[in-house]
Ligand binder design. Sequence first.
Ligand code: ADP
Ligand code: MG
Length: 653
Amino acid sequence: MNLDTPVENLYLVGPARAKILKKLEISTLKDLLFYFPRAHQDLTKITFVKDLKVGEFFNIKAKVLEIKTFRTKVKKLSLTQALVEDESGSIICMWFNQPFLTKAIKPHEIFLFSGKVILEKNRLILQNPIYEREKAEQVHTARLVPIYSLTAQLTQKQLRTIIKTYLDKTPIPDYLPSDILKKERFMGQDQAVKTFHFPPDTAELKLAQNRLAFDEIFQNQVKVLQYKKLKQLKSAYKISPHPWPSLPFELTQSQEQSLADVLSDFGNPYPANRLLEGDVGSGKTIVAALAMWLVAKNGLQAVMLTPTEVLAQQHYQNLRDFFGEEGISAALRTSTHKMEIAKVTFGTHALLEKNIKFDKLALIVIDEQHRFGVEQRSILKQASNAHLLTLSATPIPRTLALTLYGDLDISVLSELPAGRLPIWTKIGTEENRPQAYEFIAKQIEAGRQVFVICPRIEEGDRLGIKSATAEYKKLAEETFPQFKIGLLHGKMKNSEKEKVMQAFKDNQINILVSTSVVEVGVDVPNATVMMIEGAERFGLAQLHQFRGRVSRSTHKSYCFLFTSDPENPRLKAVAENNNGFELAEKDLEIRGSGDLYGTAQSGYGFRIASLSNLKLVERSKQYAEKLLQDDLMLINHPLLAEKIKQLPTVHLE
Ligand code: ADP
Ligand code: MG
């Protein structure tokens, strides 16, 4: 028997129970021993029978005087009763439908019973208690008792017994280098695992938790840093600097800084892996475009991948002339536009198809990085020597940046272009509607344009939820017959979508009614009003993204959040705050969890470590750095290498 033994080979498990354990993702002995409790129940205190109180949960140690099973007259249930006593008094324990108990619990023996005390016919009764014979080490009672997440057909007592039995039998070798163990004065892994399941007291539990939390973070650090260092062993195309072309505006300071970061990446002999992070409207595109420009100037190819067709089209159109004037060919490659790959190519995942051949692909830009799934991995593998620049409007807190995104270098656009006014945002209900429409009419008469976002495409069975199609009709026929109204949603053909977007860009459409397809990236600087219907139906980050579609010029912009739930905390947060980074924190607060940043999707889901522990993260990063410096392939640390192999693959690998 070793840690890789399948659980069905374990005497206490067997094939039938192994199937049940599979549901908990336990297949080997190691999985079983590392299946940690979600909590501990404190049953350390033993109470005298005379001190028991109705309605509370107690733990007693008592001698069994008598036990018998009979059937109830009314419902014909099997009822087992035991009369037990300690030195202070006696009480009856009672169980339903467990007739076998008369075999397990015998008179004269001393047992621990844990259960709730109830009052029945004026007597105190311990109802359905957990029972355990007095032993040198209690497992189920009279201690900090581990509570596990269960599945059907498995009880706490069963799982606890199985885990305890095999914990006692199995030594767990420590993978952690002994110098780290010593320096941190950590518990050994064997002791930590055993203590975390069955702690002698809360102080020891804490020590075990510390050690195991370190393990999680440290292993993650070794994984990402090893990936990063291996990537740095690859060679990259040489990209020399050129003086920048002239632009219609002055770059912000953080745009300048980010470009300097990119230039320094390009000076390295290995491929870069950089994340450019900046709030909506902070001007990420031009930074990426200048990087692409530089690559093309060096006679190499660059691509920009976008999550939607609308966005690919927009980038291509906005930047085609910019590149053209510099004598650089640009192309668009989506499911509807199949232009030949050029020096710079914009496209959707259609760019990832196998038959597409690149010639000296030196830079891959991924726009709205968080919107991509795993499918882009193929192109990244194919072009593993290319520099990678990912753009994201989702802020990443420092601990996450160091852990899940630890393989990336990060540049941040911390300011908006000069002259951007904060977007005036208000929550509105039906009674504000006429006023809002009046305001919209004035804006259009002044030459501006308007977005109206609806939660659905067509009217469904649920009343009251605005659909884009119905809203479009209403606005065109009743509210604003004097204006041009456009409609955009995900079910339209790509060519139709393009036509509408183009018309909106050219200001031939005054009001664009749309579903969430305009959520990311769309850039129409002349639009100044964002009206969101059924706003309570959208997430906080999404609302902020919608709002980011306006205030893309120096015109004052407005956002109306129409809702039937004006007290909604997300809407209030958006109305009160224009800063995406601060809103992300607020979102975290409202949701009370980390799923905003996709820790769950990443597959990492730290179980013990808290990602708020920046010190721990930084410390384990230092250890990981030092270790890999001496032993990149972990040849001298085979157990650690094994652990790393089992972790989910690194971000964008
Ligand atoms: P995002 O970071 O959300 O992708 P964009 O790159 O689409 O933002 O930029 C938003 C708008 O701001 C675009 O119209 C862009 O041309 C403009 N812009 C970008 N940088 C500057 C700047 N330094 N000064 C003025 N306008 C800028
Ligand atoms: Mg963008």
